[in-house]
Design a binder for this molecule. Structure first.
Ligand SMILES: Cc1cc2nc3c(=O)[nH]c(=O)nc-3n(C[C@H](O)[C@H](O)[C@H](O)COP(=O)(O)OP(=O)(O)OC[C@H]3O[C@@H](n4cnc5c(N)ncnc54)[C@H](O)[C@@H]3O)c2cc1C
Length: 375
């Protein structure tokens, strides 16, 4: 009988494993993929997550591999500088957002979990059924063509936005797809922006860029429709049109077109099953919060487990984490709103408003919001 079975070894399940290992709890992480993911989805690791990593002694390899983003430069049409968000004041210990592609982050968390609790991470293990037996939960999983079962006091579904665990428990996951579509790609960094992220609020739609390790920069452009077969030239043309910057399209190392959704599970806790990460909430990636939100769920849940989980502490966990997910959803919606196409008059109003906000006392608060200080 284990204390906890974690279903899903994405960034959130791996981090929960590290937290439980440090607290001396018994657990297994079951991951259906046989190999690590290859897509660089999330790149932003925010100060609250870095502080949680440091408390566990696992921050150093991530810090060594990533690059710090120290500010967000906000620009309007024709390169006009509307203001700057200074991330340095957001955390005394980590005065930046760390940029590191998600597949590297996952590799490092997997290595740290292997170091803290060898043998607790199993690949190629797909959970097929979960049964609440009152005082414990029994799960059935398949691995290398064999069916196995395992028992634990609690099962945590960290199994992503399509969460089979949530489906098996029939927990509703209401939400919707936004009208906003994006094109994203990584290129050699040929800009002068260095450690700054750049948020370009253009009449044609937002154009953002972020430094990446290895001398690369990620570009994200809002598009009018979802590109079904995107090519690097589609993105480089948008970048040229909106910012005047010429990107070397032949040197694109990642390209992806995506649409964005929001979903929130009706419950994060159902008896002995607990949902965290994208299994509990899907937030638009504009603003880069989803993975970090899941890590903060994991940190809060590990505290609940190490205090001997009770119905009351789990209810408090659920209330607080659903509230954080709602705030993150709202914040992502504000980010997307400011990045929508605008006519000439609306663009002028938007630039005036943003310039005013960033030169007022609101700037430190905005920097706090962008670094997830209140989630
Ligand atoms: C384009 C893009 C950019 C993004 N940028 C950012 C960013 O900058 N910052 C940020 O914080 N977030 C960002 N996000 C969001 C982030 O990628 C997700 O929030 C994050 O991956 C969620 O992690 P997770 O561990 O909850 O779920 P996942 O990463 O989906 O992992 C779930 C795991 O569960 C496994 N699994 C599923 N079913 C089973 C089963 N039955 N048995 C065993 N295993 C199972 C899956 O194989 C998977 O490995 C971005 C997302 C996108 C699409």
């Amino acid at each position: 009988m284990l204390d906890v079975l974690i279903v899903g070894g994405g960034p959130v399940g791996l981090f929960l494993g590290c937290l439980l290992a440090a607290r001396g709890l018994s657990f297994q992480v079951l991951e259906r993929r046989t190999e690590a993911g290859a897509h660089s989805r999330a790149i932003g690791i925010h100060p609250p997550a870095l502080e949680a990593f440091e408390a566990l002694g696992i921050a150093s390899p991530l810090l060594a591999a990533g690059v710090p983003i120290t500010s967000g430069l906000v620009r309007g049409e024709r390169g006009a500088v509307l203001g700057e968000l200074d991330f340095r004041a957001a955390s005394a210990r980590f005065p930046f957002i760390l940029s590191l592609p998600q597949q590297r982050t996952e590799q490092m968390l997997e290595a740290e979990l292997g170091r803290l609790a060898p043998g607790t991470f199993q690949r190629g293990a797909e959970v097929k059924a979960v049964q609440d037996a009152g005082a414990h939960v029994q799960i059935t999983y398949e691995q290398r063509g064999q069916t196995h079962s395992a028992q634990a006091r609690y099962v945590v579904g960290a199994d992503g936005c399509r969460s089979p665990m949530r489906g098996l428990a029939q927990i509703p996951y209401p939400g919707a797809t936004y009208a906003d579509k994006y094109l994203m790609g990584d290129f050699p960094d040929t800009t002068v922006f260095g450690a700054a992220a750049v948020i370009g609020l253009h009449a044609g739609g937002v154009l953002e860029s972020f430094p990446l390790p290895g001398g690369l920069r990620r570009w994200v452009a809002r598009t009018d429709s979802l590109h079904s077969a995107p090519e690097a030239a589609d993105l480089t043309t948008l970048v040229q049109e909106r910012s005047g910057h010429a990107l070397p399209h032949a040197e694109c190392s990642m390209l992806s077109a995506f649409e964005v959704r929001h979903h929130l599970a009706a419950q994060m806790v159902r008896d002995r099953l607990i949902l965290i990460g994208d299994a509990a909430h899907e937030v638009s990636p504009i603003g880069g919060q989803g993975m970090n939100l899941g890590w903060l769920d994991a940190a809060a849940l590990a505290d609940v487990f190490s205090g001997g989980a009770s119905a009351a502490t789990l209810a408090t966990f659920q209330r607080r984490r659903l509230r954080s997910a709602r705030i993150a959803t709202r914040q992502a919606e504000i980010n997307m709103f400011f990045g929508r196409p605008a006519g000439a008059a609306a663009q002028r109003r938007r630039e005036r408003l943003v310039r005013g906000l960033l030169s007022s006392g609101a700037e430190p608060l905005l920097a706090k919001a962008f670094t997830m200080r209140w989630l």
